[in-house]
Ligand binder design. Structure first.
Ligand SMILES: CC(C)(COP(=O)(O)OP(=O)(O)OC[C@H]1O[C@@H](n2cnc3c(N)ncnc32)[C@H](O)[C@@H]1OP(=O)(O)O)[C@@H](O)C(=O)NCCC(=O)NCCS
Length: 293
């Protein structure tokens, strides 16, 4: 039996299971977690996604199938994609240990509003707790922060992803620099997970080593479709975030979107960056639920 047609966000379909009817199992009961790509598209929509995006996401975010959970339509088998109603994917990047971080929470539109996401979050948290993890983190869009707060997550910090555009007619990209610790005279101004960089394919990895006001800065940048994602930026503390970000723009192709992910939205340098014309592409928060042993 195929899933009923999607009825739009947050509608309660007549064929949706009543509360507690859906069965929740580990993603390790599926043949291959990458098969959940079809479910992800039903939940989040097609968007502008390059081929292989889902398997890449699982790899970069260190998704652990044994900690991730999927909800099944009553009576369906874990391996039947038609029975999948929603999921919580959980990643365990070593740099976050003993915290885990979710890599996506979603329910098909017609089954929303019946507590399924809440049950999935509880089930994932239970698996993390049983595995000895202490905290479950997630990144949420601003409008969903109240939803997660009501489900036991506390906000650690407000986040914003800044968007600017490249300015170079002759881009000055170099081979990606080796990953290294910041030097004494450097601060990490943009920091995504080191595991995300390690999981980025070699052909998508680039670097930018440049100077601004005679101060050296180094960036690790990946190509994501038409955009350039600055995964890490090291710059001297005396250089403002705005000066460093604008120097990067001058390295990157004219007109191409440049993203600085997950900046601390309440940090004055971030506010200065946004006041100077970088856009807030996405606002949200990093939240965390403590897992009592
Ligand atoms: C957010 C989502 C996972 C909730 O799933 P669900 O099974 O309907 O969740 P529950 O039934 O446990 O809770 C429902 C609550 O979700 C909240 N909610 C859902 N979508 C929301 C939105 N866009 N904005 C704000 N709150 C929202 C509401 O508080 C709702 O409460 P209500 O039933 O009183 O209206 C689901 O709407 C979804 O998959 N959305 C699209 C994907 C997404 O945005 N995922 C989260 C980011 S990773």
């Amino acid at each position: 039996m195929g899933a009923p047609p999607d009825a739009g966000p947050r509608t309660r379909g007549a064929g949706a299971p009543q509360r507690d009817e859906a069965r929740i199992v580990g993603v390790d009961a599926l043949e291959d977690p990458a098969e959940l790509e079809g479910l992800a598209l039903r939940i989040f929509g097609d968007g502008d996604r390059p081929p292989g995006w889902f398997a890449r996401k699982l790899r970069r975010e260190g998704v652990d199938p044994a900690l991730s959970v999927v909800a099944l339509r009553p009576g369906s088998e874990p391996r039947d994609p038609n029975g999948w109603l929603g999921y919580v994917l959980v990643g365990t990047p070593p740099s976050l240990h003993p915290a885990a971080r979710t890599s996506g929470t979603g329910v098909v539109p017609w089954a929303r509003g019946r507590g399924l996401a809440s049950r999935l979050l509880d089930a994932a948290a239970q698996r993390c707790r049983d595995a000895g993890l202490r905290r479950l983190q997630l990144l949420a869009r601003a409008e969903l922060v109240p939803f997660y707060r009501e489900r036991g997550f506390a906000s650690l910090r407000a986040t914003v992803t800044a968007l600017g555009f490249g300015e170079a007619t002759h881009p000055r990209l170099v081979a990606a620099p080796p990953w290294r610790s910041p030097r004494a005279a450097e601060r990490e101004r943009v920091a995504w997970l080191p595991e995300a960089w390690a999981g980025t394919e070699a052909h998508a990895r680039h670097g930018c080593v440049t100077t601004e006001d005679d101060a050296a800065l180094t960036a690790w940048i990946s190509r994501e479709g038409s955009a350039w994602l600055v995964q890490r930026l090291l710059a001297p503390p005396e250089l403002s975030l705005l000066a460093a970000a604008d120097a990067l723009r001058r390295c990157l192709p004219a007109g191409a979107p440049v993203l600085l992910p997950l900046l601390d939205a309440d940090d004055p340098p971030t506010r200065a960056l946004l006041e100077a014309g970088w856009a807030a592409a996405q606002r949200g928060a990093l939240l965390e639920r403590t897992l009592a042993p």
